[in-house]
Design a protein around this ligand. Structure first.
Ligand SMILES: Cc1cc2ncn([C@H]3O[C@H](COP(=O)(O)O)[C@@H](O)[C@H]3O)c2cc1C
Ligand SMILES: O=C(O)c1cccnc1
Length: 357
């Protein structure tokens, strides 16, 4: 079967960013009572948000965080330091407020939504979760495509609905996150297909593999690539063959967010691979991405480079769940406040830089 008609919305181009607003915001930065450029990258981020939000008063107060969770068939190959049951157990933890992202969402006063796309252990009865059950995890992509076209299409639909709802409820920024044991192997295989890379250059520790574990993970990914690489005919097909339900949903959320003109704050390795996939499927999406942090997962630097991305911070985090993006949110909030609330030279009657210098 080929690409279903339900995926036609993917060819709608991303929204166009407002370059005039960008210039106005740049001008305002030069008029604020500080030496030009002295707030460094905080200036750049306020200017970017002004252009993306189409306002001279950018903000990151109303933020929605969505965590997409699902299991991976490739976990059966022993590619994670943790057992597959952890995906379902963590979904339960999210519902009880005990995960890192719960703590961060509370501290940031951001809304948090958990989307369960399908786990091996039964999690379908959990309350406070949006259930979009596509199966008991993906198939093991070492032997066959991870998903059917129908499953891929439904995962995209779950992502579409998430950013659609975020936009309708007036959110200024969207953070996507993921949970799924084995998903660094899936994201690595996907990045290898999209960037025509070898797994040795991208495979990292994930949840904490040792050197032997990494060597085994590389062998598994290489085996999968030798099966899928010759048959993959599009970025969408690459995602279907070696991706995960949650990675596909995140990709769909990013594409639709970019179509709506919703700024998207991107988390670590897995989320950045979803962002790369979104850009390959619907070129121009990356105009709407703000890269939050550099993860210590080995492949992240290379994938960021492929997107010409220079993230805000590097705290050597490697958790996922949208946690790195959430941690940088206060920096964006400060950047906006400075941009919006500082006095200009003329308002404060402070002399500007002399002509001679
Ligand atoms: C308790 C726990 C909480 C997590 N939260 C995110 N991840 C992260 O680790 C997983 C990917 O690593 P790998 O590919 O090595 O399995 C994903 O679920 C990711 O979100 C977690 C992992 C664990 C163990
Ligand atoms: O960078 C990430 O997102 C990441 C890295 C390792 C494990 N889980 C997530």
């Amino acid at each position: 079967m080929t690409q279903p008609a339900a995926l036609h919305w993917l060819s709608t181009p991303p929204a166009v960013t407002n370059q005039e607003m960008r210039q106005l915001a740049e001008q305002r930065q030069t008029q604020l009572t500080k030496p030009p450029g002295s707030l460094g990258r905080l200036e750049e981020f306020a200017i970017r948000l002004a252009a993306l939000q189409n306002t001279l008063q950018p903000g990151a107060d109303r933020v929605h965080i969505a965590i997409f969770a699902a299991d991976h068939g490739v976990a059966a190959e022993g590619v994670s330091a943790f057992p597959q049951s952890v995906t379902g157990e963590m979904i339960r933890n999210f519902t009880r407020g005990g995960a890192a992202i719960n703590v961060l969402a509370r501290a940031l006063n951001a809304s948090l939504e958990i989307i369960n796309l399908g786990t091996v252990h039964d999690t379908q009865a959990l309350a406070h979760v949006r259930h979009c059950h596509l199966g008991a995890g993906t198939a093991n992509f070492v032997h066959q495509p991870a998903m059917t076209w129908e499953q891929l299409s439904q995962a995209f639909q779950a992502g579409f609905e998430t950013t659609e709802h975020a936009q309708q409820t007036g959110q200024q920024l969207f953070i996507g996150g993921e949970m799924g044991i084995g998903n660094t192997a899936s994201a690595t295989a996907l990045a290898c297909l999209l960037l025509n890379e070898q797994p040795e250059r991208l495979t990292g520790r994930g949840t904490g593999l040792d050197e032997q574990g990494i060597a085994h993970k590389i062998t598994i990914i290489a085996r999968a690539l030798s099966l899928h690489r010759p048959q993959t005919d599009s970025p969408l097909d690459a995602l279907r063959r070696v991706g995960g339900f949650e990675i596909a949903a995140l990709t769909g959320a990013y594409i639709h967010g970019a179509q709506l003109g919703l700024p998207l704050l991107i988390d670590g390795f897995i989320s950045t691979v979803a962002a790369l996939t979104a850009e390959h499927i619907t070129p121009g999406c990356k105009d709407w991405f703000i890269f939050s942090h550099q993860s210590s997962e080995l492949g992240h630097a290379l994938v960021l480079k492929a997107l010409s991305a220079d993230p805000l911070i590097d705290l050597q985090m490697r958790l996922g769940e949208g946690s790195g993006a959430a941690v940088t949110l206060n920096l964006l909030r400060m950047a906006c406040k400075l941009h919006n609330e500082m006095a200009t030279f003329s308002e404060a009657q402070v002399s500007q830089q002399s002509e001679l210098s």
